[in-house]
Design a protein around this ligand. Structure first.
Ligand SMILES: NC(=O)c1ccc[n+]([C@@H]2O[C@H](COP(=O)([O-])OP(=O)(O)OC[C@H]3O[C@@H](n4cnc5c(N)ncnc54)[C@H](OP(=O)(O)O)[C@@H]3O)[C@@H](O)[C@H]2O)c1
Length: 307
C-alpha cells in the first residue's frame, strides 16, 4: 500500500481522493494550513500535518500528490492575488523540492497539479503535445509545471495533471447551478468557447491511475474525451435540470464584472483531448456530458449536504 503525501488535500478534488484512498487502505498524509478545519473534511485515517518537518526522516514517501493552490475563480485577479496564485503553487512546490532534496530518499512519483489553461485559448482540438499560448493562465501553469519538473533531478517520475473543469457536487457546477435553477441561465458571450470538463469520479480515478501506472509521465490531460462548447453545455445542463436557459450573459458584462478572470476562465476556452490516458487504455465512467450531469444533479438532490 503506498504512502502518499498530499498538498491541497482539504480541497474539492483532494477530499474526494482521500475518501477513495481510505477505502483502498492507502496511507494518506495531508499537508494543510489549517489542520483543525481539514480534520472535519477528511476520513479519520488521514494523517494531518501543518509542516513538512513533522514527517520523520526515515519515513518513506512513495508518492506526492500536489494540488494546493489559491482558488482562481473566486474574485477578480488583482496584482496581489496573482502573486498568491504563484506562491501557493510554484512557491509551495519549490518548498517540497527543497524538502525532498535534503532527505535520504526521494518520492518515486510526483503527481502535480496544472490546468488546461496551460494551452491558452483555442477551438482546435489540443492534446498533450500541443504548445501553450501566452496569457496569465498559461504562465501560471507553465511556472507550476517547471517547479514540479525539478523532481526529475531526484529520479522521481513526474506527472503534470492538466485538469479541466471538474464537475462534482461542489466546485464549478455548484457556482453555475443557482441561476439555471431560477431559469436565469444561458450561454456566456457567444457560447462558442469550448469547455473541457471531467466528472469528479473520473478525476479521482485518473489521479489513482497516475499513481499506479509507472509508464505515465510528463503532461497528462485530465478531461473527458468529449469537450463541448459553452452553448452545448448550457443546453445540456438546462435539459438535465428541466429549466429554460435563454438568458445569455453578454461578453461586455463578463469583462465588466470579472475583468481578466472572466476573459480567461469564462469567455475563452480550449478543446482538450486526454490523448495520453486514452492511448494507455484508461476508461472513463462518464465520457459524455449528459450522463455526467444527470449523475451529479440527481445525487445532490438525493443528498444535498454531501460535499
Ligand atoms: N476544480 C477544478 O475544476 C480545477 C480545474 C483546474 C485546475 N484545478 C487546480 O487543481 C488544484 C485542486 O483543485 P480544487 O478544486 O480541489 O481546489 P480547492 O478546493 O480550491 O482546494 C485547494 C487547496 O489548496 C490549499 N490552498 C488554498 N489556498 C492556498 C494558499 N494560498 N496557500 C497554500 N495552500 C492553499 C487549501 O488547502 P488548506 O487550506 O488545507 O491548506 C485548499 O484546500 C488547484 O490548484 C486548482 O487550481 C482545479
Amino acid at each position: 500500500m503506498p504512502t502518499i503525501l498530499m498538498t491541497g488535500g482539504s480541497g474539492f478534488i483532494g477530499r474526494h481522493f482521500c475518501r477513495e484512498a481510505d477505502k483502498l487502505g492507502w496511507s494518506m498524509i495531508v499537508l494543510s494550513r489549517n489542520v483543525n478545519s481539514a480534520k472535519d473534511l477528511l476520513p479519520n485515517s488521514t494523517e494531518l500535518i501543518s509542516s513538512l518537518d513533522e514527517i520523520s526522516s526515515d519515513r518513506k514517501i512513495d508518492t506526492v500528490i500536489n494540488l494546493a493552490g489559491e482558488p482562481l475563480a473566486e474574485k477578480r485577479w488583482t496584482e496581489s492575488r496573482k502573486k498568491h496564485f504563484y506562491s501557493s503553487r510554484s512557491g509551495l512546490t519549490d518548498g517540497l523540492y527543497k524538502f525532498f532534496s535534503h532527505r535520504k530518499s526521494a518520492p518515486d512519483s510526483l503527481i502535480s497539479g496544472s490546468a488546461i489553461g496551460y494551452y491558452g485559448p483555442g477551438s482546435e482540438p489540443m492534446d498533450e503535445s500541443s504548445s501553450g499560448k501566452s496569457g496569465f493562465s498559461h504562465s501560471l501553469c507553465a511556472n507550476w509545471e517547471s517547479s514540479a519538473l525539478q523532481f526529475e533531478k531526484l529520479g522521481t517520475r513526474v506527472c503534470l495533471v492538466r485538469t479541466g473543469i471538474v464537475l462534482g457536487e461542489n466546485g464549478a457546477l455548484a457556482k453555475m447551478l443557482p441561476p439555471f435553477k431560477w431559469g436565469l441561465g444561458g450561454p456566456i458571450g457567444d457560447g462558442l468557447q469550448f469547455m473541457s470538463w471531467i466528472h469528479i469520479h473520473d478525476m479521482v480515478e485518473l489521479l489513482k491511475y497516475c499513481v499506479s501506472n509507472t509508464d505515465l509521465k510528463g503532461a497528462v490531460n485530465a478531461t473527458a474525451p468529449s469537450p463541448v462548447t459553452n452553448r452545448e453545455f448550457t443546453q445540456i445542463l438546462a435539459t438535465v435540470i428541466r429549466r429554460p436557459a435563454f438568458l445569455p450573459m453578454p461578453a461586455f458584462m463578463v469583462k465588466l464584472l470579472f475583468g481578466e478572470m472572466g476573459l480567461e476562465l469564462l469567455l475563452q476556452g480550449q478543446q482538450v483531448i486526454p490523448k495520453k490516458v486514452i492511448d494507455q487504455g484508461f476508461e472513463f465512467k462518464f465520457p459524455q456530458l449528459q450522463p455526467a450531469l444527470s449523475d451529479l444533479i440527481h445525487k445532490s438532490s438525493e443528498n444535498p449536504k454531501k460535499s
